[in-house]
Design a protein around this ligand. Sequence first.
Ligand SMILES: C=C(O[C@@H]1C=C(C(=O)O)C=C[C@H]1O)C(=O)O
Length: 433
Amino acid sequence: MTISTTSSATGTDGSAPVPALRVVTRRIADPGDLLALVPADLPATQVFSWLRRGDGIVGWGAAGRVDTSGAERFAEASRWWTALVAESSVDDEVRLPGSGLVAFGSMAYSSSSPAGGTLIVPSVVVGRRGDQAWLTTCTPAGEATPSVVLEPSTVPAASAGVSFGDGSLTPTQWMGAVATAVSRITAGELDKCVLARDLTARARTPLDTRTLLQRLSTSYPNTWAFSVDGLVGATPEMLVRLERGLITSRVLAGTIRRTGDDERDLSLAAHLARSSKDLVEHEYAVRSVADRLAPHCDSINVPESPFVLHLPNVMHLATDVAGVLSSRSTSLALAEALHPSAAVCGTPRDVADTLISELEHMDRGRYAGPVGWLSADGDGEWGIALRSGAISADDPREIRLFAGCGIVAGSDPAAELAESDAKLVPMRDALSS
Ligand SMILES: C=C(O[C@@H]1C=C(C(=O)O)C=C[C@H]1O)C(=O)O
């Protein structure tokens, strides 16, 4: 675990120093578009967002950060957070989800990924919920609270001259992987496996995270537009939200592409809701979430049948699971318990995970892992990092895009490739000039 701190208090286990922060949240007048406030010229790693329909939080700078790795990446982050909360003082006059002390976080899909995990406390957070807005500053204890002037920043520029390239597999090779997965499923080794592919994209000039977020949040209002440590996207899938003891999770699995013709799309939506291939695929994902939430809940509500979630590029079968928290678990601990759900891994989980590493020929990095935010009391929201890309830490002109598809016995490789292309559209459009 590597830690960068702004002060040198000692962590709970005596080895990990944590910053002691002074956190102040004040109510502010409506600041307008939150993304417009994010300063220009920050590295992608220091631009934070969790926004849906204009509500949520944005942040910038880094007052504290922990980087974790391996199978302990969630637990190490949790320990650091507990120690940081204990060391810090919080003066929060707003007391809404996202006010006070918060960290943004992102965790690698796989425990063997070098991408590990991170929690970062921005220096400045601006939030909105309905008609309430707030500004939070996080400074090292003992330092004066800075005065932050919120004003619209320069208009971010579109990405220049982006060219796309194949990732680890060509489209033909990836269809071959899908065909192999189908044969393994048909042979009875497993029921479902989610296979992902990656694309590379390179612009002539450094990518501006603000441009990507603006475009994603405007075009995909039903999603959460996120940015954490260079991972940027618009996910429609909420792995877990914890708010005052209430747990909610939006499970997606089963997809159909949109045509752009409203009448045809409505009939496709009706077809999706009756498609036994998609309903079976969906059921695996819902079960994986409900079964793993159950030990943390007093009661749990799982609707009997899914609804169709309409996005501009695709439609998904969706189920909103809800539960009442019975333990003292934080939202991050719940995210760890749920990850990876069958929406991004498969059923049975271990068999699917082994097949994924055999067939994908790539490290998913933080794609398909939990991404979101956590507050001092443990509440927070963790989406699954889908419809996203990871901006290169070495070259800010480069980004790796990802998309995956649930494969079941009835899957057709060409149709899955087309579905993965449709899932790449949000990021490809956000990158266009
Ligand atoms: C894996 C992705 O999406 C997941 C797979 C889906 C499916 O196969 O139908 C639908 C939504 C997500 O749970 C992705 O977008 O990369």
